[in-house]
Design a protein around this ligand. Sequence first.
Ligand code: CMP
Length: 138
Amino acid sequence: TTNRTFTMIKPDAVGNGHIGSILNDILAAGFRIVALKYTRLTKETAGAFYAVHKERPFYKDLVDFMSSGPIVAAILEKENAVEDFRKLIGATDPAKAEPGTIRNKYAQSIEANAVHGSDSNENAAIEGSFFFSALEQH
Ligand code: CMP
């Protein structure tokens, strides 16, 4: 079944000039861009987006990093989108990401790992709605 996932190109990849290459890889893998936005998170909005990780030791650093520069947010559509997108981006730790994956090619560290990808259909809907109104999710 066709479904949707949500992604962010994180501040490291935006700062390193990888927006175009990453969007190209996403399109080449067969995803359709449903919604797309160049924006910036504050500490407050980054903290809210990652609230599920609030008790984790890396939460404060993650929030500081994600609010350190502009990001690109997008909703993507494809057959089996959530699972296929996680394959395309590779492991959270780029040192463990398979060759050819987005994190293998563009990420530096487990924190500055170039892209986010939703881990379930339910979270994809929640995360997409964090950035895009219903009217923008056509
Ligand atoms: P993301 O998929 O955006 O979701 C949570 C993020 O926390 C994750 O990517 C990583 O960039 C970040 N993070 C930082 N440190 C860790 C860690 N030790 N384990 C897992 N995620 C981490």
